[in-house]
Structures are given as structure tokens and as C-alpha cells.
Design a protein around this ligand. Sequence first.
Ligand code: MN
Ligand code: MN
Length: 242
Amino acid sequence: MFFHRKDLIVPVEVKNPDPAYAQFLLQQFGGATGELTAALQYWVQSFHCDNIGIRDMLQDIALEEFSHLEVVGKLIEQHTKGVDKIEADAYRSPLFALRGRGPHFIDDSGNSWTSSYINEGGDVVRDLRADIAAEGGARQTYEELLKRAKDDGTKRALHHLLTREISHTKMFMKALDSLGKLTEPAFGNVKPDETVNIYYHMSSNGAPQRGPWNQEPEFTYIADPVKEAGHLEHAGHARRSG
Ligand code: MN
Ligand code: MN
């Protein structure tokens, strides 16, 4: 059951409307990294999560994302309002000139929102990792929007939205940690084969780059997989017999 309170989660007061800027904001309304994507992703994930606490968190954050969608919608509404006074500016954005004022479920380039933006399915660990990535995308878009914002009210609202995406990232990371899966790559019921800790140096031009992602003792570094073809054959054999 849903109720809607008409108060915004953060105040929106645009003093200097700019339809060209509103077009940028569409990315967070009907774009891949936008609030509709986040809200629907966490909401649908909650239906296949058996962990009661994490299901509740997904639904709480989904509803907060709907509140963010409302804020972005309100920002776009205010930035495209009063076109009579700023007619010249209003038509700097062909999207609003053709489709009318206020938000639409398209991104800044006019692409329609699609459910293929949503990353979900099958396992809570997989879903939570997708959610951390989604929050990263949203946070980065808000940073780019903030850089380009000239209106103080717009900046205040966007700063809050950016902050909350960091909060959600923390919550998803804690939830993964509570499952023991924040730093544990494997999940599910199939045990990896014996190649699990082999690093193949496959892309080569000069000195190999080494780091914690390919260092002993955790990893076995295969500097020349062609010369040491046995390892690749071994991997192929392990896959076939696994
Ligand atoms: Mn959000
Ligand atoms: Mn978020």
C-alpha cells in the first residue's frame, strides 16, 4: 500500500530557471543512473530477498529513491517554469520545446527510460553488489550536475541527493558485510575450480603491472600464458572435467 505525502524530502527553490540545465537533470529522472532506476531496482529486489532485515532496508531505500525522483522532478519543473519570461532560454533545450515543461521519463539525450537499466536477479549478494555500483553511478552524475549548477537552491538540493547516495552505499556495504560477503568474492553453491587464484598476464606491452590483485601468496602470476601454455590447458581441462 502506498501513501503520498506532498512535502518534499528536501526543499526545492529554484531562483534562476534554466531549461538547458533542466535537460542535464533529466539524466537523474529518466536516465540509466537516475532515481527511477534506483527506486525500481531496490523495490523489485526486495521481493526475492528472504532475509527480512535486508528486505526491509531495500524497501526503505527504494521509497527514499522515489522521494529523490520527486525532488529531481520538481527541480526540472521549476527550471522549465515561466517560459514566457525566459522564452529565448526555454528553447535552448529542444527536448522541452517539443515535449513541454516539467520532467519526462527520458535522459538528457532524449532516450526513453528502459527496464534494461535495472540490474537485479536471483541472489541477494549479486543484487547488493549491483546496488553499490548503481549508487556509484548516481553519485558521479550528481557531482557532474553540481559542477555545472549555477542556481544556489539547485545546488543545495543536489548536494543532499549526492550525500544520500553515499549513505546508501554504506548501508549496502554493511548489509553485504553482515552476510560475510563484502570481501568474499564467491557466493552460491558451486565451488570454484583450482584456477581460482591464477592471474593471467594477457594484455602485454612492456613491464607487467603488479599489485595486490595479482600478487603472491594469494595469486599465482602467470607472466607468459603462451609460454606457460600448460596453465591454460590445465584451466581448460579443469573446466571440462569440472
Ligand atoms: Mn537517490
Ligand atoms: Mn541511493
